[in-house]
Design a protein around this ligand. Structure first.
Ligand SMILES: C[S@@+](CC[C@H](N)C(=O)[O-])C[C@H]1O[C@@H](n2cnc3c(N)ncnc32)[C@H](O)[C@@H]1O
Length: 352
């Protein structure tokens, strides 16, 4: 009991420190971008109040702690990696004025010509970020930027997406299951996964070479991780080779047509009975207090496909590809939707 109380206090202190630290960086960037914020006008839905934002953040951490207590993952207090990430403060603060200036110029196509050979929709400065997804400098900045944007809650939201995966892995009879992270970025999520389940075979797939190079570095101590530079809509992975696939914060960056292609590709690579976990922004109506945020977010941070994603029919999208929704969870600003590829029945098995 004493150790549980001590652990609860440690957890609370660590998360409060995170929120204070990254929240301060969010506020600093917001002060730099005050003109942009004052120009946004009245959105169709009201913006969330501070009280409802703090209440939703509290709910996120309360559930995170319950998951830790339930043994779904250990307490996320990795001082060394927190410290390494926090060292990005200066880099973030030096780059933030450049991002704001790019935002004021609406210069979201600086990387258009640099990224020849990559799909047209990808060759943009998403979030007005320096170099888009196309440099080591951008890869080094990325994780700090995301934590600052979400005021220190991003990792807790990602951890929630692990819950249906670990529950699936606990019940599957497959001997050496394979997890595919689609749009794995710099490998932060897989690094968490490998700390929880070191033996799990994992594939990090992303279109950005510099981001995957960073992921390789982050995951260098872990075995059984493959890195694949490829578009999610046309992967080199064999049919029915993946037990569980996950995608965190990717789908809102894809044009609707590409979302359909990626849904089909996920279905192709999943084994029958396998699952796909989609973790991405809330959609309209998921948490009505945040609908106003969904209105203003895409223009504030250059997210050209965000609005259409926020209104997309996920059951229609994945249902047409052959997946069936089996669960949904809301984690602060993230919705986690779980889909299953139905098992083949005996007659289908005999036919193949
Ligand atoms: C917003 S980041 C999310 C990264 C990571 N999953 C996370 O939790 O932070 C989107 C990632 O998806 C990648 N991406 C975008 N379009 C892609 C595509 N068509 N195929 C593969 N990766 C893509 C980007 O390079 C980037 O690393």
């Amino acid at each position: 009991m004493a150790s549980t109380t001590a652990q609860a206090l440690t957890y609370t202190a660590a998360q409060a420190a995170r929120v204070a630290f990254y929240g301060a960086h969010y506020l600093a960037a917001r002060v730099m971008a005050r003109q942009i914020f004052s120009d946004i006008g009245e959105p169709p839905h009201p913006l969330p109040s501070l009280a409802s934002t703090l209440a939703a953040m509290r709910d996120l951490f309360v559930q995170d702690w319950k998951n830790i207590e339930a043994g779904l993952y250990p307490m996320p207090v990795d001082i060394a990696s927190e410290f390494r990430l926090a060292l990005g403060s200066t880099r973030f603060l030096v780059d933030a004025p450049r991002v704001v200036a790019r935002n004021k110029r609406k210069a979201h196509d600086e990387v258009r010509t640099r990224a020849n050979g990559l799909p047209h929709y990808y060759r943009q400065n998403f979030h007005f970020q320096t170099d888009g997804y196309l440099s080591d400098r951008s890869a080094r900045l990325y994780d700090f930027q995301v934590e600052a944007l979400f005021a220190g809650t991003a990792d807790a939201m990602r951890r929630r997406a692990w819950v249906p995966v670990t529950q699936f892995l606990n019940r599957t009879r497959v001997k050496k299951p394979v997890l595919l992270d689609i749009g794995a970025g710099t490998g932060g999520f897989l690094s968490f996964v490998k700390s929880v389940r070191p033996e799990l075979r994992a594939i990090a797939l992303d279109l950005s070479e510099p981001y995957l190079a960073r992921a390789r570095q982050t995951l260098r101590k872990h075995r059984n991780v493959e890195f694949v530079v490829a578009p999610a809509e046309a992967t080199p992975l064999p049919n029915a080779s993946i037990d569980a696939a996950i995608s965190i914060f990717l789908f809102h960056e894809l044009p609707p047509k590409v979302r359909t292609e990626v849904a089909k590709e996920i279905t192709r690579v999943l084994k029958p009975g396998g699952i796909f976990v989609l973790a991405d922004t809330l959609q309209y109506g998921d948490a009505p207090a945040f609908d106003g945020l969904l209105d203003v977010f895409p223009s504030l941070v250059h997210e050209p496909y965000y609005s259409s994603y926020a209104r997309a029919d996920l059951d229609g999208l994945f249902g047409a590809a052959g997946l069936k929704r089996t669960g949904t969870d809301i984690a602060y600003l993230t919705k986690i939707a779980v889909f299953e590829k139905p098992k083949r029945n005996r007659r289908q098995e005999l036919r193949n």
